[in-house]
Design a protein around this ligand. Structure first.
Ligand code: GLC
Ligand code: CA
Length: 549
């Protein structure tokens, strides 16, 4: 069985990873071409976001055909080659399964629209209210009402995301069978991991107006969710003990995650939760400018770490993905302490209890976009909210400022491979512009540099394999109320690990109130540490891992 506690996953967003044919669009051959780079980093899995046939309204999260590769990304032969080449290097593939919804181009939805009752029941169609308005007041995650009216049917269908992403009806057993079939198809191709997109939204509860929120309480962690996941497990990936799974859990609760990712619950191996990435929101409202609330960040991460550990459930730990801004820009200092803060953030997350995920470019310290005009942005969510914010009365400049900070495109600009044009991502015109800092921030300059952010990530990946306490230890928060230091202790049998991170640029003396004799420095982002009588003087963004065995 795969020990996912000792593993690290590397996330690839193929369209922005590497383009091999000059069309400006990353492709599967691009992933194959860079496998040696990934191998060098030392990770065990590659999670690739969807490359199935799709009209790309939501960059592939709108799947038209789950059994075929979108020609923009390549062919099934390209996939098989990638799979073989990855295997040669000991790297396993994890695919991204989008089953809360399909594309409206999917033949099931097309048949539904054509009046086929069987397929109509694959989706969620409802009559409007008496006055003809939408069945409920739920909001789509991408803005606007979550229901779309179909005049020929005089009914609405539900789309929690884009209007081109109709939600599937998981209460229909035929849908659940189809989904299992798709997973088994990819298992037969040798796939050893699956990520399930917004999977805690698949079991809808009551279709009622929400007077307290945007509707999410009626479809998040719904009444049959655990039953459906167990069934999916049993009917597909659960048949192969080597397969690991991760569920993307939108606005979930910890109690539910004890089930989703419990060691004995036969649902998933682990979960992504996002509460710690809403610490610069106003509640659930992302489209505002609010500084990072460090105490909130700590409290949330500690609560989850301890809660999941006590309940024998497993977290995926991460700062970013293709939906998030770049961590060094968001939580660190992308200017003066670029390297130090990127490494500090890496230490903090890789020392936690859970399986770490590295998102492409994170290991290079890639930063948010430097876009200054709205038409440089491509993401449908950003473009929708740019309009919505103006409708709410914001000026164009203020709306743009908010988009610049929170846009998902911050994580979607091309990987910066070298200092050539477009960062070496493509010989053509990239689908989204590369960040102009590619001459400073790129892979080529970091791979052979021992002091680079890349080399630091490499060490973290390696340490997880070598040092049991990192993979298996319990966790205890240290000095949880400290206003600028993030510190915790991990314990496994006779081994201890202490992780101490200065989250800010001001030097600080942190009193561990412990006897640190006998501890050795396993890793730090500075070459010298100042530790005396249990007190550690932390330089700007300094991070230290201390080890006792
Ligand atoms: C997930 C994906 C995101 C996508 C959404 C709808 O949150 O990560 O990119 O837009 O689901 O599928
Ligand atoms: Ca291409």
């Amino acid at each position: 069985m795969t020990d996912f506690r000792k593993s690290t996953v590397y996330q690839i967003y193929p369209r922005s990873f590497y383009d091999t044919n000059g069309d400006g669009f990353g492709d599967l051959r691009g992933v194959t071409a860079k496998l040696d780079y990934i191998k060098e980093l030392g990770v065990d899995y590659i999670w690739m976001t969807p490359f199935f046939v799709s009209p790309q309204y939501d960059n592939g999260y709108d799947v038209e055909d789950y059994y075929n590769i979108d020609p923009r990304y390549g062919t099934m032969e390209d996939f098989e080659e990638l799979s073989r080449e990855a295997e040669k290097r000991g790297i396993k593939l994890m695919l991204d399964m989008v089953f809360n919804h399909t594309s409206s181009n999917h033949e099931w939805f097309q048949k539904a629209l054509a009046g086929d009752e069987k397929y109509k029941n694959f989706y969620i169609f409802k009559k409007g209210k008496e006055d003809g308005s939408a069945p409920t007041n739920w909001e789509s995650k991408f803005g606007g009402n979550a229901w779309e009216y179909v005049p020929e049917m005089d009914e609405y269908y539900l789309h929690l995301f884009h209007v081109k992403q109709p939600d599937l009806n998981w209460d229909n057993p035929e849908v659940r069978e189809e989904v299992k079939k798709i997973v088994r198809f990819w298992m037969n191709k040798g796939v050893k991991g699956f990520r399930f997109d917004v999977v805690n939204l698949i079991s809808k509860d009551k279709y009622e107006d929400d007077y307290e929120g945007d509707g999410r309480r009626f479809y998040t962690d719904g009444p049959n969710i655990h039953k459906y996941l167990k069934e999916l497990n049993e009917g597909s990936f659960g048949q192969d003990a080597e397969i690991i799974t991760v569920g993307e859990m939108s606005s979930t609760s910890m109690e539910n995650c004890f089930g989703y990712a419990g060691a004995d619950s036969n649902e998933l191996s682990m979960v992504f939760s996002f509460h710690h990435l809403k610490v610069d929101f106003m509640g659930n409202e992302k489209w505002v400018l609010v500084p990072v609330d460090f105490m909130k960040l700590k409290n949330i991460l500690f609560d989850w770490q301890v809660g999941m550990s006590e309940n024998n459930a497993w977290n995926a730990v991460f700062w970013c993905n293709h939906d998030q801004p770049r961590p060094v820009s968001r939580f660190g200092d992308e200017e003066k302490y670029w390297k130090e803060s990127a490494k500090m953030l890496a230490t903090l997350v890789h020392g936690l209890r859970g399986t770490p995920y590295i998102y492409q470019g994170e290991e290079l310290g890639m930063t948010n976009t430097d876009f200054t005009k709205i038409d440089q942005f491509k993401d449908v969510e950003s473009l929708n909210y740019y309009e919505i914010l103006q409708q709410k009365g914001l000026s164009k400049e203020d709306a743009l400022r908010i988009i610049q900070i929170h846009s998902r495109d911050n994580g979607r600009t091309p990987v910066q491979w070298n200092s050539e044009e477009h960062g070496g991502f493509t010989t053509g015109t990239p689908w989204i512009e590369v960040n102009n800092n590619y001459k400073k921030v790129n892979a080529e300059s970091q791979i052979h540099d021992e002091a680079s952010i890349f080399s630091y990530y490499k060490k973290l990946v390696q340490l997880r394999k070598e040092v049991d306490v990192i993979a298996y230890g319990d966790i205890k928060p240290l000095d949880a109320k400290h206003p600028s230091v993030f510190a915790y202790e991990r314990t496994y049998e006779n081994e201890k690990l202490i992780v101490v991170c200065n989250f800010y640029k001001n030097e600080v003396v942190w009193d561990s109130k412990m006897n640190l004799e006998g501890y050795e420095t396993l890793l730090s982002n500075y070459s010298e540490q100042n530790i005396e009588n249990g007190k550690i003087t932390l330089k700007p963004y300094e991070a230290i891992m201390l080890h006792l065995q």
